[in-house]
Design a protein around this ligand. Structure first.
Ligand SMILES: *Cc1c(COP(=O)(O)O)cnc(C)c1O
Length: 375
């Protein structure tokens, strides 16, 4: 990490994107860069190949496309570009991000079925198998890896087994897991993986990326339902013009992302980062349980990325009051995003270490104002 303290962050973000970035990443944005110059395009090309290498041990089979916008824009560019006009999508949904994929498909008039297991359950794999068996019209299956709304890690190895047994195209929203959890998308049979700059790679927001199975993607030339989100055209432009983007690219954000990738390498790669996140999460949950908090999910389903905690069972507790007290002490946490259960969330990703989590736990202990009311 850079020793130059260029900007003093007002607080530590424990939110899963935008998240706390390193000084080095923020410093990379302090210059103005040309978009079409070779210097810049070479950086883009370096990012594209670096991402493929992080995703798989079989990099020749895959390519990366970068796409402007937040992560949802990248998801929409995939759904709108890779499914042919007569295709049909099965979405496995167990949280707001899964349901959003279904909503995108509806906007785009794509024939879609939703396998909804509810927000606090694992996907039903038996049902998945029956649906695919009964409906050969389904061409694509999409699922979220880490459902960031609850913190659940979906069993993508088992899902992939079923999807591939039935020979369907597999789309993975690995937005909040890629770079923070080890995976090989070739082994997993993933054809399209979507993620974004401001999650586990620890860059700043502004673009997303899609790692595509080249052989499959070559078939998608005339599918796009949107001009600016035409992922195929974006890919061809990048491939044929040494990393050029079709429209104005987020140059500062791209520079920051290149720096973030460099720092990921310096940390020891995805395995080392995953170990840090796991330790953050373990430290957090152990400390929170000591303070009397309970988690929404059981430990076996819990991701190392973000944890949902149930509201304390006390009438004096309000999230706003708790949030404001923590913010005053320099920590920002996240509201919950589960429909029927009152929860708040604490993320472990970003430039956050177990030592910072311990500081957070002290701040939380001091912010349990409703406990004083009991005494
Ligand atoms: C962050 C995230 C997204 C994208 O959200 P944006 O707000 O559009 O960046 C999509 N899926 C998952 C699982 C996410 O965590």
């Amino acid at each position: 990490m850079s020793t130059v303290q260029f900007t003093n962050n007002p607080y530590l973000l424990l939110t899963p994107g935008p998240l706390t970035t390193s000084d080095g990443v923020r410093l990379a944005m302090m210059k103005d860069w040309c978009t079409w110059d070779d210097d810049y395009n070479n950086i883009v090309q370096g990012i594209r190949s670096n991402l493929v290498n992080l995703a798989t041990n079989n990099p020749g089979k895959y390519s990366t496309v970068l796409m402007q916008g937040s992560g949802t824009f990248s998801v929409e560019s995939v759904i709108g570009t890779v499914i042919p006009k007569d295709g049909k999508l099965l979405v496995i949904g167990n949280g707001a991000y899964g349901y959003r994929i279904g909503e995108i498909a509806k906007y785009l008039n794509i024939d879609t079925v939703m396998l909804d297991s509810g927000e606090t359950s694992d996907p039903d794999l038996v049902e998945l198998n029956s649906i695919l068996e009964a409906d050969p019209a389904i061409t694509h299956v999409a699922v979220v890896h880490c459902e960031t709304t609850t913190g659940r890690l979906n069993p993508i190895d088992k899902i992939s087994e079923t999807v591939k047994k039935h020979n369907r195209i597999f789309i993975l929203d690995a937005m909040s897991s890629f770079g923070g959890i080890e995976m090989d998308i070739d082994t997993l049979g993933v054809d399209y993986l979507v993620s974004s700059a401001n999650k586990c790679i620890e860059g700043v927001p502004g673009f997303g990326f899609i790692i595509v199975n080249k052989e499959e993607f070559e078939k998608c030339q005339n599918n796009a339902r949107s001009l600016s989100l035409d992922l195929y055209s974006q890919w061809k432009t990048m491939e044929e013009n040494n990393g050029k983007w079709r429209f104005t690219s987020p140059t500062h954000v791209v520079r920051a992302f290149a720096q973030a990738l460099k720092e990921l390498g310096e940390e020891g790669g995805v395995a080392a980062r995953a170990a840090r996140y796991r330790e953050n999460q373990r430290t957090l949950v152990e400390g929170m349980r000591k303070l009397g908090f309970t988690t929404l999910l059981s430990d076996e389903h819990q991701s190392p990325i973000i944890t949902s905690f149930n509201f304390p069972d006390h009438e004096d507790f309000t999230f706003d009051e708790f949030y404001n007290r923590l913010k005053e002490k320099g920590f920002v946490i996240y509201p919950g995003k589960v429909t029927d259960v009152n929860t708040f969330r604490i993320g472990n990703i970003g430039a956050v270490t177990p030592a910072k989590i311990k500081d957070l736990l002290v701040a939380i202990e001091e912010s349990c104002y409703w406990k004083e009311a009991v005494n």
